[in-house]
Design a protein around this ligand. Structure first.
Ligand SMILES: [Zn+2]
Ligand SMILES: [Zn+2]
Length: 273
């Protein structure tokens, strides 16, 4: 292949470099970090081939949607290339199998999903957060396979609207839950979508999963360097991790920070057991 990789790969090299250095510095995180690098690699190859999707909806309509509390993106607006989606389902499955995340039978079932004529329906069900087939890791595999398209469409939509007044607990673009968060240099909080990586502002204290805003019922822990924090909500039992931009000397790298904070997940599990 020629060396003319295009715009789609622009955010990845830093992620990959940071993951590789993380694997060296913290050997316990090496398996998770190298798995993540392989997944990013599969997505990046498809991302490099994407063109910018054309969204017909006007900026006025999009802003009106946000004001009425509706997320922007509908499934038919995502410009999937189904051949590439099928390829990604296969490659992501192979990566998971190679890293022994799934067994051979599960891999065979996931490969069958990739070949199935109903893959677009399954993807729609996943996007609309309906129950999917009972196959281990299916949601994750569909998520990685959808990612290049979802992220590109989200980028385009985001340029057309202001997300400033969106204060709901789900992503303003794709309606998914937040997976991570950032404490900004001014001490505000931004939530980060687990699917399209869009960020939006949210109360710095309330739980983004159940809305509980009683400080006394939210526990907070930080890594010794203060770069990462986690907020654990007693009423719903869920937690969200954060990069504290006041302490970190780099911006959020969602793929990296998710792995770098695995020790925090372990610490949370200990407090809950
Ligand atoms: Zn989203
Ligand atoms: Zn909660």
């Amino acid at each position: 292949m020629s060396g003319t990789s295009s715009s789609g790969s622009r955010t990845f090299p830093r992620d990959v470099l940071e993951l590789k250095s993380l694997a060296e510095k913290q050997p316990a995180l090496a398996p998770a970090a190298t798995l993540q690098v392989d997944l990013i690699d599969a997505v990046r190859r498809v991302q490099g081939r994407l063109t910018t999707p054309w969204i017909e909806t006007s900026a006025d309509t999009l802003n009106a949607k946000l004001l009425s509390g509706q997320p922007l993106l509908d499934f038919p607006q995502i410009a999937f290339d189904w051949n590439d989606v099928r390829l990604l389902v296969r490659q992501v499955t192979d990566v998971l199998r190679r890293h022994e995340v799934i067994d051979a039978a599960t891999a065979a079932a996931l490969h069958a999903v990739g070949r199935s004529p109903t893959l677009p329906d399954m993807m729609r069900g996943w996007f609309e957060q309906q129950p999917v087939l009972d196959i281990e890791m299916l949601g994750e595999v569909l998520g990685w396979a959808a990612r290049p398209y979802l992220q590109r469409t989200a980028e385009v939509l985001q340029q057309r609207v202001s997300l400033e007044r969106w204060t709901r607990r789900v992503c303003p673009v794709c309606a998914a839950e937040p997976e991570f968060s950032v404490i900004t240099t001014s001490g505000d909080r931004q939530l980060v979508c687990g699917r399209c990586h869009v960020r939006w502002g949210f109360s710095a204290i309330a739980c983004p999963y159940c809305g509980n805003d009683d400080r006394t019922r939210i526990k907070s822990m930080a890594t010794p360097d203060g770069i990462y924090r986690v907020m654990i909500c007693s009423p719903c039992g869920r937690y969200i991790k954060a990069l504290d931009a006041r302490k970190a000397n780099r911006p959020l790298l969602p793929y990296v920070d998710l792995i770098a904070t695995l020790p925090l997940d372990a610490a949370v599990m200990q407090t809950q057991s």
